[in-house]
Design a binder for this molecule. Sequence first.
Ligand SMILES: NC(=O)C1=CN([C@@H]2O[C@H](COP(=O)(O)OP(=O)(O)OC[C@H]3O[C@@H](n4cnc5c(N)ncnc54)[C@H](O)[C@@H]3O)[C@@H](O)[C@H]2O)C=CC1
Ligand SMILES: O=C(O)[C@@H]1CCC=N1
Length: 404
Amino acid sequence: MQLFCLFIMEKLNKGGTTEARPFVLYWMRGLFVFHKGSFVKIVVFKRNYLRLIGAEVRDSCGSSGTGETPQAFTPRRLTARPAESEHLEGKSTTTHYLVNSNKVCESSLHKMAENSKEKGAGIMKKIAFIGAGSMAEAIISGLVTQQVIEPENIFVTNKSNDDRFVYLKDQYGVTATRSLQLLVKDADLVVLAVKPKDILETMQSIKEYIREEMLFISVVAGVHTTSLEGIANKRFSIVRAMPNTSAAVGKSATALAANCHTKDSQLQTAITLFETVGTVAVVEETQLDAVTGLSGSGPAYIYYLVEALEKSAEKIGLDSETAKQLILQTLMGAADMLQKSPKTPAVLRKEVTSPGGTTEAGLKALQAHQVEDAFIACVQEATEQSKRMGNQISKELAKYVVSQ
Ligand SMILES: NC(=O)C1=CN([C@@H]2O[C@H](COP(=O)(O)OP(=O)(O)OC[C@H]3O[C@@H](n4cnc5c(N)ncnc54)[C@H](O)[C@@H]3O)[C@@H](O)[C@H]2O)C=CC1
Ligand SMILES: O=C(O)[C@@H]1CCC=N1
């Protein structure tokens, strides 16, 4: 089984570049903690750095983003929690208490949390969340847990769910309001966390409150910064973020991309914010579709693998509880090996594979079913879908901008 984990890691890496390894590894670890439920912790693995992959991006500044946007001169790093689908109706799937179970990382974690607090204390006086769902709650939980900002200075709004307001107030002590003026007034940072389908309506309702000096963070999949600027009909600092649901356990692998109006200090604020819920990589905006296909959607691929392993365990006669425990520990062990060992996934895989042994027989079955190709196609298709969604929304917004 451990071998299968290494195999998946190898295949997912093949869909991108070797630079994707820390990213893949980080979300795998996040999944395991999320899956295990009771062993929850916040870990800010700042050593997981990603390098910028040079990419051309057109922005509202009318120029290529390469070398001009703040990310071009900022160290690229991995650092990064989910919450309200409307169906949750006030309830939450987010784990609220974050306990550090990793002794090795303890001192550096505390140091980093202190750094985040220090940075946050100076930069974040008021944060407004538009959308009070899974992603918003995940981030709020990280900020409150790490005492980056006083909870009452976190303002949230949603479309119509009052139970959700009560829940968030009780759980985190945040200020919930439907007054957009109160929400955004004096906010240094606005986090847009609505579904892509609600973007037009949301931006229309808040555009009059957007000020040039404010930092706007969008976690909305696929929606380009130029589309957000276009609909607001003004130029302002926007950082797009692509976290994943492992943010719920402080283990998101988040990627950020800033538009050309974003100051370096504002990008640092965004990094600090997402470091409270995991790791952060700074990329060009054009890379966000790939990030979405790899690590944004990534948790689902691993859950799918676990479902398949659970089915296989049943077929070979193991009881489900024993199988669950074996699968989870094998996943966690493989993730730890990948993180702590200098060996590549391929070398680690070979170490499990005795010539003529069981592993070799199992791997042959995977190859016969073209599992490698399937994983590569999976990540590529998810990436293409992110592009398609983004382009479709850009077109819809363009129609709106022209006709308004
Ligand atoms: N679920 C995931 O794994 C990930 C999701 N994302 C992105 O995060 C965003 C939010 O996702 P979730 O939190 O899962 O969604 P959700 O459905 O849980 O929450 C959406 C929130 O937006 C609010 N909303 C809708 N229209 C509004 C309006 N006009 N004004 C104010 N609030 C409004 C809803 O009331 C709700 O509170 C999406 O754009 C998604 O692409 C990004 C990364 C991963
Ligand atoms: O499936 C989706 O579209 C969103 C974006 C990344 C994860 N979930």
